[in-house]
Design a binder for this molecule. Structure first.
Ligand SMILES: [Zn+2]
Length: 401
């Protein structure tokens, strides 16, 4: 009985700490009394928890706020750099690792190319990357978050299948935990991106969000009622390999005409290069001749130059994505859809076609209330998402409901 009471007490304590930290996170600088008001906890409980945070270096007092009659209250703030999280983005061409603080600010980034290596080699590269970051962050490192393509069982920390990394049933969380002795969580990259957008961007749109990562691969991360939704087979949001073009181009998944064959960065660069070669005197053609290769930014610049071929390359890539989003709107009726990843560098010309196509195809009553926009954190979206995963799990920063 005593043991049980003790367990319950500890659970309550952890829950209270999570609540207080979440409130500090969202509203700091804030007084203890305000924290109590917002959480519904007693002032004594809040004071105890805050005292522990201050002792641990997680929070600090930053002076007095405005008085509302009586004595001005002391304000408490989160110390962003008190803890660091190792965030990892396991891209197909390179692995990027970073030390990120509690505010989602990236403090140090390292990258290692992995293209052309086999599965075992990639794992060794990842382990070296983690060792380096652990060494840099030392005792401030709170844990590790990993965003990876593929089907991921986040509860077990296992990568079920990541085709391009050649990993199957890899217990990655356990492998890294054993090596570092740090709490480690693994999620599908698109799902991590959704969580990062949700935690760090403080969406006011309530508890639901769809974040779509459009880069080399295309995947959607879905947050329902504040929780990432994985689906029955861990594949919720895997829209990249839905066929959109009958008898379309071959896809690396072995089939033809998948969304990725027309809307991914690879597909867009291929189409733009073909268009540039066809018309060497166009803006795209001149950029290709000058630089020897095209980037997404080149295509965007050519659209701004008024290059029709560039514009139609962008529109052709945007339309099928808009169609996929219309499907998501119809199924989930979520009001906020955020686009992230390298393809979003195409900017307004691309976004406007995505929006128009989604709106045209979705049920009008649902579409008119849906906002489709490009997210903010474009450089390290997966890294930040992986960090958000660790923070929500480890610090009880459960996203708002
Ligand atoms: Zn495919």
């Amino acid at each position: 009985m005593a043991e049980q009471r003790k367990a319950t007490h500890q659970q309550t304590r952890a829950l209270n700490e999570g609540l207080v930290l979440r409130t500090l996170y969202d509203h700091a600088p804030i007084s203890r009394a305000d924290v109590a008001r917002r959480t519904g906890l007693t002032r004594t409980t809040v004071s105890d928890v805050v005292a522990d945070f201050i002792a641990d270096g997680l929070a600090r007092e930053i002076g007095r706020g405005p008085s509302s009659g009586g004595k001005a209250p002391i304000l408490v703030d989160v110390v962003g750099d008190a803890r660091l999280v190792i965030g990892l983005d396991l891209g197909e061409q390179q692995f990027v690792g970073a030390l990120v603080n509690l505010r989602g600010e990236v403090r140090h980034v390292v990258a290692a190319p992995v293209i052309g290596r086999d599965g075992a080699d990639r794992l060794a590269t990842l382990q070296r990357l983690v060792d380096d970051l652990r060494e840099l962050g030392r005792e401030r490192v709170l844990g590790i978050g990993v965003g990876t393509p593929g089907l991921v069982d986040t509860e077990r920390g296992t990568i079920r299948w990541a085709v391009n990394l050649e990993w199957q049933d890899l217990p990655l969380a356990a492998v890294l935990r054993e090596r570092t002795n740090l709490p480690t969580y693994v999620a599908n990259d698109a799902r991590a991106v959704a969580l990062g957008e949700y935690l760090f961007q403080r969406s006011d749109a309530g508890g639901n969000l769809v974040a779509i990562k459009v880069g080399l691969g295309i995947g959607a991360g879905i947050i329902l009622d504040g929780e990432p939704f994985a689906g029955d087979g861990l594949g919720a949001g895997e829209i990249g390999h839905t066929t959109v073009a009958e008898s379309g181009a071959p896809c690396r998944c072995g089939r033809y005409g998948c969304l990725e064959t027309v809307a991914s960065s690879r597909a867009i660069l291929r189409a733009a290069t073909a268009a540039a070669l066809e018309r060497p005197s166009s803006s795209l053609g001149r950029r290709l001749a000058h630089e020897g290769g095209l980037t997404i930014a080149d295509i965007e610049a050519s659209v701004r130059d008024g290059d029709d071929a560039a514009r139609s390359v962008v529109a052709d890539a945007a339309r099928p994505l808009g169609e996929a989003i219309a499907g998501i709107i119809g199924v989930l009726n979520i009001h906020r859809v955020v686009l992230l990843g390298s393809v979003t560098e195409l900017g307004e010309a691309w976004l406007s076609v995505v929006r128009a196509e989604a709106t045209r195809r979705a049920f009008p009553l649902l579409a008119e209330d849906t906002e489709i926009e490009i997210g903010h954190q474009n450089d390290n979206v997966v890294v930040l998402g992986a960090v958000a995963l660790l923070l929500t799990r480890e610090l009880g920063l459960a996203p708002k409901r």
